[in-house]
Write a protein that binds this ligand. Structure first.
Ligand code: ZN
Length: 244
């Protein structure tokens, strides 16, 4: 496996800053001595905690880092205005901080957030909303599942059932799609019980695709499902079942 970081960590994310992280302490770093640049700044990457999408990059000075960690709202330092600012102070689109990670050489911060609205001043969800040719990024920059979801939604509107299996499913209506999900789930269950790992992967992919079509047929986005999972995180599975 290719390793992204010079320290040999396979994980692309930097190590968490939690003081009780044993391996972190074993490295002789009990708290973080940020490597600010000569202007006292370091870049902060904001990432949507739920979708994994990179939302924006801005600069932080020591005060912005402190306020971000203490208030749980992302704060930055504007190089043009030479002033501290809180994300959302004028737009209302604040960024609720869930976790702060720091990279291997301590000169870049990764902030995992729940966005209250678009990250970009243009109104785009992410500042990375276009490619080098100026074409809309769409689901690019998101996960493979988001890209698949985008394709499915596009087929729902534009495709013909003769040429598109997805469109054919949509035209069958939710009840028919539900049957298909049940059938695919059954195949996955069989693969899990008695077939090879490769079969499990392929059947799981089939289930995922049909699940996305089923969700789209009811106007439910993948993000809503992820948000539900994020809401449950930290709640025990037993507790969660009891609540339903
Ligand atoms: Zn922007």
């Amino acid at each position: 496996m290719k390793v992204a970081c010079a320290t040999g960590h396979r994980d692309l994310r930097a190590r968490p800053m939690a003081a009780d992280d044993e391996s972190w302490e074993a490295r002789g770093v009990s708290d973080v001595a940020y490597a600010f640049d000569e202007k006292g700044l370091l870049p902060a990457v904001l990432q949507d905690r739920v979708s994994g999408r990179v939302l924006m990059v801005a600069w932080m000075n020591a005060e912005a880092v402190r306020l971000t960690r203490e208030t749980g709202e992302a704060h930055f330092f504007s190089r043009t205005r030479q002033a501290l600012w809180r994300k959302g102070e004028t737009s209302g689109h604040s960024m609720r901080v869930r976790e702060v990670l720091v990279d291997c050489d301590l000169d870049t911060i990764l902030v995992l957030v729940d966005p209250a609205g678009p990250a970009c001043h243009t109104g785009a969800r992410s500042c990375f909303f276009r490619d080098e040719d100026g074409e809309p990024a769409g689901a690019r920059g998101g996960t493979e599942v988001e890209r698949l979801e985008e394709t499915i939604l596009e087929r729902q509107v534009n495709a013909t059932p003769e040429l598109s299996y997805t469109k054919m499913l949509f035209d069958g209506g939710p009840a028919r799609i539900g049957m298909k999900v049940r059938e695919e789930a059954g195949e996955l269950a069989t693969a899990i019980t008695s077939e090879t790992k490769e079969r499990v992967v392929r059947e799981a992919a089939d289930v995922t695709y049909h699940l996305l079509v089923a969700l789209a047929s009811r106007g439910v986005s993948w993000r809503e499902v992820l948000e539900e999972l994020a809401r449950r995180a930290g709640v025990s599975g037993i507790e969660e079942k009891a609540r339903r």
